[in-house]
Design a protein around this ligand. Structure first.
Ligand code: E4P
Length: 216
């Protein structure tokens, strides 16, 4: 399973790269705004850091506007992928951009039906948001299992499942169990994944014993 970094912060992306956990990067308008940096400069800087896909989100609400943004952003770097919210306009834009060989990711996916339509339209990636489903009392992981099973029935579907809105380590491990192609993970969750209190305790004890032994 591929690991993407869910961040617009170059320092976090560098840290994930050092761990071999930056197969790609996802951004969204909220993350870009939080970074306080210019959109195009931020995407270009990130696209320089990683070789994999860098998802940059279109913000127009009509198909023509999304297509215009997609064409423009695709010129910023050859690994920029156009992230498009799943709506009627979004589906139309994905079809147009696909015909121009511009790579897209359908985002804000909350149902199996949306995932099916995104694949039909030609999205290379879909981003189902599991944390936000958990937030409203549904089991986000159920959506990943259903999409995974559904896509597996059709070997000609090449759309990859990139699990988004990941909030905790369990989301990552269960995505792997469900057969997701990739997860996009905030750096905080990467840190949580590598930590275990028994590992810390074990290291402490081994080091203490090592020091005692060497004193003898
Ligand atoms: C990434 O593609 C998504 O925009 C991001 O994972 C959303 O996460 P959130 O639901 O925690 O805002």
């Amino acid at each position: 399973m591929k690991f993407f970094v869910d961040s617009a912060d170059p320092a976090e992306i560098q840290a994930a790269l050092a761990l071999g956990l930056a197969d790609g990067v996802t951004t969204n308008p909220t993350l870009i705004e939080k970074s306080g940096r210019d959109f195009q400069n931020t995407i270009c800087a990130i696209a320089d850091l990683v070789t994999g896909p860098v998802l940059a989100e279109a913000v127009s609400e009509d198909a023509a506007g999304i297509v215009r943004e997609g064409r423009e952003m695709s010129k910023w770097a050859n690994n920029v992928v156009i992230k498009i919210p799943l709506s009627r306009a979004g589906l139309e834009a994905i079809r147009v951009l696909k015909n121009e060989n511009i790579v897209t990711a359908a985002t804000l996916i909350f149902s199996p039906g949306q995932a099916l339509l995104a694949a039909r339209a030609g999205a290379s990636w879909i981003c189902p948001f599991i944390g936000r489903l958990d937030d409203v009392g549904q089991d986000g992981m159920d959506l990943i299992r259903t999409i995974s099973e559904m896509y597996a029935n059709y070997p000609d579907i090449n759309t990859e499942i990139l699990v988004a809105s990941v909030r905790m380590p369990r989301h990552v491990t269960e995505s792997a169990l469900a057969g997701a192609d990739a997860v996009t993970v905030p750096f905080k969750v990467i840190e949580q994944l590598m930590a275990h209190p028994l590992t810390d305790l074990g290291i402490r004890r081994f080091l203490d014993d090592w020091k005692k032994f060497r004193k003898k």
